[in-house]
Design a protein around this ligand. Structure first.
Ligand SMILES: [Zn+2]
Length: 216
């Protein structure tokens, strides 16, 4: 059986892949003018006339849209988990159906769906809305679903010292539905189980049942 992979390395952020909070640059902003030039180039490259009426404002619209879709790059998701409360509560906390929209980093096409985050507190709990903020921060950047799932779980372990963390993400990838293999309706499900949810089979099946809920 796999050892709980958090207890062994839980000494702050040994498990996370992120640099120390202080090392994260605060000044990273999106270069909107540069995106505008690039979008103009793309339009010209596909054989369009970027100066025709309908397209004239498109580069700046797309640039603002990218600034919004990638704003997570300018923030550190750990900040949302800094304000914690000391609580004796040691049963599962589950926030289900956190909707998100991210950008597949391979095609720069959106993938969207819902994230479910469960944890068993190790003495520290966090405001429930903060979990949604973590999802927002991690999803608003070029991503792959597998890494996003793992990143959220690792953050919960490293920042909250949770005894168990389960993250399940269900998403539809437009790079699969509108291009390539074109399979509309297909859904990709990923999960990351840490600590008790990994080592304890009944905890794991309990959380999976609760996540499935009465929706299916
Ligand atoms: Zn893709």
């Amino acid at each position: 059986m796999a050892a709980p992979d958090m207890t062994s390395s839980h000494d702050g952020r040994a498990t996370g892949r992120l640099p120390p909070l202080d090392a994260v640059p605060r000044t990273r902003t999106v270069d909107v003018a540069r995106i505008e030039r690039a979008v103009r180039d793309i339009l010209a490259a596909v054989g369009e006339d970027p100066d025709r009426e309908g397209l004239r404002e498109t580069p700046s619209r797309v640039a603002r849209m990218y600034a919004e879709l990638f704003h997570g790059l300018g923030e550190d998701p750990r900040e949302h988990l800094r304000k914690v409360f000391t609580e004796k509560y040691d049963e599962m906390v589950l926030v289900r159906d956190i909707s998100f929209c991210s950008m597949c980093e391979h095609h720069l096409l959106p993938f969207m769906g819902t994230a479910h985050i469960a944890y068993i507190p190790g003495g520290k709990v966090v405001g429930l809305s903060k979990l949604a903020r973590v999802v927002e921060s991690v999803s608003r950047r070029p991503q792959v679903q597998e890494r996003m799932t793992e990143e959220i779980a690792n953050l919960m372990v490293a920042e909250l010292g949770a005894k168990g963390v389960a993250v399940v993400i269900e998403a539809t990838h437009t790079c699969m539905t509108i291009r390539g293999i074109r399979k509309p309706g297909s859904e990709c499900v990923t999960s990351a189980m840490k600590g008790l949810f990994r080592s304890n089979l009944s905890s794991r099946s309990e959380v999976m049942t609760l996540i499935g809920g009465n929706r299916r």
